[in-house]
Design a protein around this ligand. Structure first.
Ligand code: SIN
Length: 274
């Protein structure tokens, strides 16, 4: 028995949690139960949460030290990023499968997204379990991938797609990092596929053409519906994902309506190789 209700969305990924108020400080027992549910389901969804940047920041700090996005914070709120799309938007966050900010040397371990305003319909977010995707690979393919590393770069996303200039970023330059292609989630010890379509540019040890083919295979493998769940937002919902165990994809099918809220990300050590 837990202090709140847990309803799995699929057997593979995602659970809806009810009878909990995230805007209030969680006591040790409830927090421990929440962490247990989170590591079992990888992304948790909550409805009817009365959050604002301050309470979201407090919840983020409970999960660990806050991570500052390369494009900066909402003024006055360290670690908080505005997620906002309206009729004037030309780009949006999450347009391809990805984990958040893997171009950082220490990519976030966790992200929590709160949406206050949502369109009448649409604007769903899809999540995929990259442990399950790894488990489904053949043993020879797992052996081939283990030991490889890949370059993750922020330039095309932040510079090309969002039009941010390097001098406007957190470090005055776009982040870049090398991570293992197959990594271990320190929270659970499970192996996972750790390349994604937004940030991963190239597998270091392969020729360009080989790298492209292997990455394209992994991206299409990850995107299979059997590893996924889909979250339909309502106003005042929260999604809290393990940014190692999952990747996500946001759908922009609601123009010209507004979808708006805040995301907090939590720092962690780089995911270790197998
Ligand atoms: C993101 O964190 O990539 C945005 C996700 C979303 O807006 O659903």
């Amino acid at each position: 028995m837990t202090s709140f209700r847990i309803e799995p969305v699929t057997p593979t990924v995602g659970a809806e949690i009810s009878d909990i108020d995230l805007a209030r400080p969680l006591d040790e027992k409830v927090f421990a139960e929440l962490m247990e549910a989170w590591h079992r389901h990888h992304v948790l969804f909550f409805r009817d949460q009365d959050m604002d940047p301050a309470s979201l920041q407090r919840l983020g700090r409970r999960l660990g030290p806050l991570h500052v996005h390369p494009q900066g914070d909402v003024e006055g709120y360290e670690g908080i990023l505005a997620i906002h799309t309206d009729r004037n938007s030309t780009t949006y966050s999450g347009s391809k499968w990805h984990a958040d900010v893997t171009c950082d040397r220490e990519p976030p371990t966790a992200s929590v997204l709160y949406l206050a305003t949502v369109p009448d319909s649409g604007g769903d977010t899809l999540f995929v379990n990259v442990h399950a995707a790894y488990d489904a690979l053949s043993e020879p393919m797992k052996r081939f991938l283990e030991g490889l590393t890949a370059i993750h770069a922020g330039a095309s996303r932040y510079g090309g797609y969002f039009g941010t200039r390097p001098e406007e970023t957190r470090d005055g330059a776009f982040p870049e990092a090398v991570h293992p292609v197959i990594a271990v989630n320190p929270a659970t010890g499970r192996k996972m596929i750790y390349v994604n379509e937004i940030f991963t540019e190239r597998i270091v040890e392969l020729e360009d053409a080989e790298s492209r083919l292997v990455l394209e295979f992994l991206w299409s493998h990850i995107a299979q519906p059997r590893f996924q769940c889909r979250f339909r937002w309502r106003a005042d919902s929260v999604a809290m994902w393990d940014n190692r165990a999952t990747q996500h994809l946001a759908i922009w099918d609601y123009w010209p309506q507004t979808r708006s809220g805040y995301r907090v990300t939590v720092k962690g050590p780089p995911p270790p190789p197998v």
